[in-house]
Design a protein around this ligand. Structure first.
Ligand SMILES: [Zn+2]
Length: 268
């Protein structure tokens, strides 16, 4: 995933997201240290381990630095609500810290942060790619940090079964920030909002449509899942940006769960 650092008017840095394991976090930390400015704050976008596992390493390097996130994100990390900490430890014990650091400065809902002279608008977007996600926006330069609401032409993890709300999030942040200059996605390269927003919508809508077709044809069966996986891989020859071993297969499990929920209303 992407670690970003922003220079503040006060001569420091604000860091956004800190990598999935000790190896990647050490690389990001070296890059941040090479700037030669003190880190004034760390912001976390959402509670997926590829975005917060490096917090301990960063806190060691910059003792006392405040770590910000939404309350939902901090709670998910602190209490390991979704088992992500335990899962990462089981998958990669050699490069995973024993103790996870959770953000200590939390906000509940939308807020505006002032850090070392820098104004950052934090907007809570709710469930989508993750159980909760925060977009951070810099009014001074009109840059938007979307977390994993956008993965620039990479496979997205759809396993949380919220692709419908995720599409809604894309519409909402696009409407919130019509004049954004640069979008910084959770994974993949930064760039202008188009085609990035449309690419993400196309990915989500196409994956949903393929799953719906295969379910209509074969029901909620392993054969329908296998066909969906094959078609998504053929349609999007994207790489897997996450630590998930088989992201498309995980995603299709999620889509089938989402589509079999009693509350699900298919989009036409
Ligand atoms: Zn991610």
């Amino acid at each position: 995933m992407n670690t970003y650092w922003i220079e503040t008017p006060g001569g420091g840095l604000v860091v956004i997201d800190v990598q999935r394991d000790l190896v990647h976090a050490a690389q990001a930390l070296a890059a941040v240290k090479a700037v030669g400015k003190p880190v004034r704050a760390i912001l976390i976008t959402h509670a997926h381990p590829d975005h917060y596992t490096g917090l301990g390493l960063f806190r060691q390097a910059f003792p006392g630095v405040p770590v910000y996130s939404s309350k939902a994100t901090a709670d998910a990390i602190r209490y390991d609500t979704y088992g992500a900490n335990a899962g990462t430890q089981a998958d990669a014990p050699d490069i995973t810290p024993r103790e996870f650091v959770a953000p200590g400065v939390t906000f509940d809902g939308d807020t505006t942060l002032k850090i070392d002279g820098l104004t950052i608008v934090a907007r809570e977007l709710g469930a989508g790619e993750a159980p909760a996600t925060t977009a951070y926006y810099l009014p001074s330069t009109r840059e938007l940090f979307t977390g994993d609401a956008i993965l620039n032409r990479l496979h997205g993890p759809l396993r949380e079964a919220h692709t419908g709300p995720w599409l809604g999030i894309l519409d909402r942040i696009e409407a919130m920030y019509p004049n954004v200059t640069i979008v910084h996605p959770g994974h993949g390269a930064s760039g202008p909002k188009e085609p990035m927003f449309d690419d993400e919508r196309l990915y989500l809508r196409t994956c949903r449509a393929i799953a719906a077709e295969e379910i209509a044809r074969g029901g909620f069966t392993d054969a329908a899942k296998a066909a969906t996986i094959r078609r998504i891989n053929a349609r999007f020859p994207y790489t897997n940006p996450t630590g998930n071993k088989d992201i498309v297969s995980d995603s299709v499990d999620g889509l089938f769960r989402e589509f079999s929920a009693p509350s699900f209303a298919p989009l036409r």
